[in-house]
Each structure stands twice: as C-alpha cells, then as structure tokens.
Write a protein that binds this ligand. Structure first.
Ligand code: UD1
Ligand code: CA
Length: 450
C-alpha cells in the first residue's frame, strides 16, 4: 500500500519516496518482497502515483491505482483482480521500511495457506493504532483507535499493519467491507470479524522488535528510524571485526564489504557499493561512494571519493588525503600517494606515483613512480573535447605546470616548474617552457614626487 498522502511529512515528495539509508522507503519494502521471492508484487498507488511508479518501476513489478483513497481495505481491493486465487497475500505498507524477510516468512508459515495471520506488537503507548481484541487467547477483532471503547483503548497489543492471508479467503471478505465507522473508511482490519464469523482461525504472530514494524509519518520518525537502522548495520560490521570509533556516527547508504582489521573513524558516509580490504583505515569525515580500496590503504580525513558508474580503485598501501577528491575512473596502483586538495578524474596512476599537493589529474596516465608537482594540472578540455595526457614512468613534473592535452611526457623526463607544455617531450629530457629569468643589477625603484 503506497497510496496514502503522508500529510505529516509536510513535503511535496510523496511519503513513500523519502529516503532511508539512501533508498526510498517503498524500495526497502519491494526489496524485502524480492527477498521473499513473491510470485507477484503489486504496488497500490494514489497520491503522487506517477512519481511513485516512475521511481520504483522494475521488471516483474505491477501497479494498480487507488483513486480516491477510501481506506486500507479499499486499497487492497484494487489489487485483487491481478492476484492469482491460489496464493497467499502479504499486505505491507510502503511507509514501513525495515521489516525483515524472516519475520514475514514466520507470518506466512503461521498463515499456513488456510488461516488469517496478523503481525502484532505490544506497545507501551498504543495511541492511534488498531487494537487486537481477544476473548481468552482467541483473536476476535481489530478495533481502530478512533472506534475503540475506553476499555479497548487500554489494550496494549496493536496490529502492525502487516497480515498474511489466503487470496481465496481475502477476496470475498473485501467484497463485504463497509465504511460505517468513525473515519468513514473501508478498513482492511474488518476482515478479522469476517474470519471469526466464517470460522477461519486468526493467528497473531507477536514481534518484540518495534523497529521492524515502525512506520514513518513525520521527519522526526524518519530520522529516528534511520538512526535505529544505522546502529544495526554498525553492529553487524563490528560483529565481523570492523572497528568503528563510534557506531552512532556512521552512515551506510548502500553496501559496505570489509576485510579484516578495518578501522573507521567518526562521521564517515558510505554510498553505493564500497569494499575495503584488510587493514584499511578510513579517517574522520570521509564520504566514500562506489569504490574499491585495497588492503593496507589509508584514507586520511575529509576525503571525498565517488566513482559513480566507473568505480574508483585504490591500490594496496596507497595514502589518500587529507582533503583529496577521487572521481569516476580514478584507478590508483600500489602505494600511490594523493595529498591535500588533489583531484583525480578518469586517470590511472601506476604503482608508486605521487601527487601530493594542490593538483588536477584528469584524463591522464601517470607511469610508475611519477612525481607530479604541487599546483600542476592537466589541461584536458579544449572547450569542446577531452584529451589525454600520457606521462611515462619516473617522470618528474615540477610545481605549477600546465600540461596541455593531448601531450606525452617521455619516460624519465623532467619538466621544470611553471612550464606550460604544449608539445611531446623526449624520454630523459629536461623541458622548461617559460620566460627566461631576467635580473637587472642595482635596480632603483621609482620614488614618489614631492
Ligand atoms: C492502519 C491499521 C491499524 C494499524 C496501523 C499500523 C487500518 C484500518 N488500520 O492504520 O490497525 O495499527 O495501520 O500502522 O488498516 N493507504 C492506502 N490507501 C488508503 C489508506 C491508506 O494506500 O486509502 C496506505 C497508506 O499509504 C499507508 C498504509 O496504507 O502506507 C496504512 O495507512 P495508514 O493511514 O497509515 O493506516 P492507519 O490508519 O494508521
Ligand atoms: Ca489513516
């Protein structure tokens, strides 16, 4: 169900498209359905339908529209025509992102293809939720908060919003729903009454894990759930041996694979697919996306890495940062050094190459052991096209050079500081391309007239 408005988010973005751990709330739910290998996955859209459908569209995913939105029972009615009669329906909410597949498997097992299974939870403050009304142990009904008597409002066990029910039973029950209640809505929860009336057993599967059934209704709840989720991810990593300076100051918005003896300092953000080899150290305040960092590499504080569609590769023992920027297509060999305020884009730096200060290396290949001086840049763009710079092994580029691509600096060559290089240079040559120094002896500066 993803048709609701989400008024309390006070946002133009449909609620289910707000992000948790870098993914839309609804995407979390769909990924869990995929994990369950659901035969059909149907998203019920309404508010912002076009935007929601475009954001999550994927192979095997179906959409039905609910317009207007007349309640959760009315929502599920819309999906019935596209669901096979011989299956079990699992009803999920697009704004409840952290339910685990195992919990749903347990619920589906409780349904056993013939019963109505409800996921429930005991809450200290159940205000606003549907209450599980029992007679003895047997579930009799779900009563919505607004329809509940004073006595029913004392019940702490609430309905999570998640149920598993045979399609063949659900269809006729939905057809019997009415909207004669406090909210004038067609309540999905009324199917419990019909199950009881028809003699179909109603089983409550009670979870103790509130995070798994927590819904997002407001920015505060979104932030709270994000932190709860991140803390869980941090604990999984620590249990694998990863050392986190502070598990409360880590954000993973994608997947992070770590080798042995990885150290991560505070306030680091990982996005997309990132892997860290054995012994990698990540300094404080780094943002690292789509990158593979080999064993023993050290990423110093405040480094920004984003490989986008061309993952960044950092070789073993490399030293990066502080304040370095690695962009798509940066491929760094073993023991490469990238220092402060150095930007690398679509460039290969072979083993032992160094660019330690204030430099730009774009669309270039630097051979083994190249030393690339402070303030030097590859002028890779002529205003229309990008061109390549090739720097041979053991070249020494002085400070403040401009290498105007396309250009090749021959192996073992040296380029004098301040040079603007426009032509290829021969291996082993010293090339200087700047005005010769002129000195006038005993130069008398002008004096101010009286
Ligand atoms: C619902 C349950 C309540 C339960 C609570 C758990 C009903 C009648 N009540 O209450 O027992 O304790 O969830 O959070 O089901 N939606 C639609 N179309 C609609 C109405 C809602 O798609 O016409 C979607 C919403 O976008 C949301 C989900 O259904 O994703 C639940 O709706 P919401 O209004 O949050 O349900 P509650 O009234 O809080
Ligand atoms: Ca409601």
């Amino acid at each position: 169900m993803a048709a609701g408005k989400g008024t309390r988010m006070k946002s133009r973005l449909p609620k289910v498209l707000h992000r948790l751990a870098g993914r839309a709330l609804l995407q979390h739910v769909l990924d869990t359905a995929t994990e369950l290998q659901a035969r059909r996955v149907v998203v019920i859209t309404g508010h912002g339908a076009e935007q929601v459908e475009a954001a999550v569209a994927g192979p095997g995913l179906g959409f039905v529209r609910q317009e207007p939105q007349l309640g959760t029972g009315h929502a599920v009615q819309q999906a019935m025509p596209v669901l096979p009669d011989d299956g079990v329906v699992v009803v999920l909410s697009g704004d409840v992102p952290l339910t685990q597949a195992d919990t749903l498997r347990e619920l589906i097992a409780a349904c056993a293809g013939s019963q109505l299974a409800l996921l429930t939870l005991d809450m200290a403050d159940p205000t606003g939720y549907g209450r599980i009304v029992r007679q003895g142990e047997t579930v009799q009904a779900i009563v919505e908060h607004k329809d509940a008597s004073e006595a029913q409002r004392q019940i702490k066990e609430i309905y999570s919003g998640i149920m598993a029910v045979p399609t063949a039973l659900l269809k006729p029950w939905l057809a019997r729903l009415d909207n004669k209640n406090a909210q004038g809505e067609y309540y999905l929860t009324d199917v419990v009454k019909f199950a009881v009336a028809d003699g179909v057993p109603v089983v409550a599967v009670k979870t103790k894990d509130a995070v798994q059934v927590a819904g997002v209704n407001s920015p505060v709840q979104l932030a709270e759930l994000e932190r709860a989720h991140q803390l869980r991810v941090a604990h999984v990593l620590m249990n694998q041996g990863v050392r986190l300076a502070d598990p409360a100051r880590l954000d993973i918005r994608g997947t992070l694979a770590c080798g042995q003896d990885v150290d991560i300092d505070v306030n680091c953000v990982f996005e997309g697919q990132v892997s860290l080899g054995d012994g990698v150290k990540i300094g404080a305040n780094c943002v690292i996306a789509n990158a593979h960092i080999a064993e023993g590499a050290v990423i110093h504080p405040y480094t920004h890495i984003d490989g986008g569609k061309q993952p960044v590769q950092v070789g073993s023992g490399a030293l990066i940062g502080p304040f370095a920027r690695l962009r798509p297509g940066a491929v760094l060999g073993k023991e490469v050094h990238i220092g402060n305020f150095v930007e690398v884009k679509n460039a290969t730096l072979k083993d032992g190459a160094k660019a330690n200060h204030l430099a730009y290396v774009g669309d270039a290949t630097l051979g083994e052991r190249v030393n690339y001086g402070a303030g030097s840049i590859t002028a890779n763009y002529d205003g229309a096209n990008k061109h390549h710079t090739e720097i041979g092994a053991d070249v020494h580029i002085g400070s403040n050079c401009v290498l105007i691509a396309p250009v090749t600096i021959g192996e073992g060559g040296t380029v004098g500081g301040g040079s603007v290089i426009t032509k290829n240079t021969a291996p082993g040559a010293l090339t200087v391309a700047r005005a010769k120094q002129v000195s006038l002896a005993n130069w008398q500066r002008p004096v101010k007239k009286k």
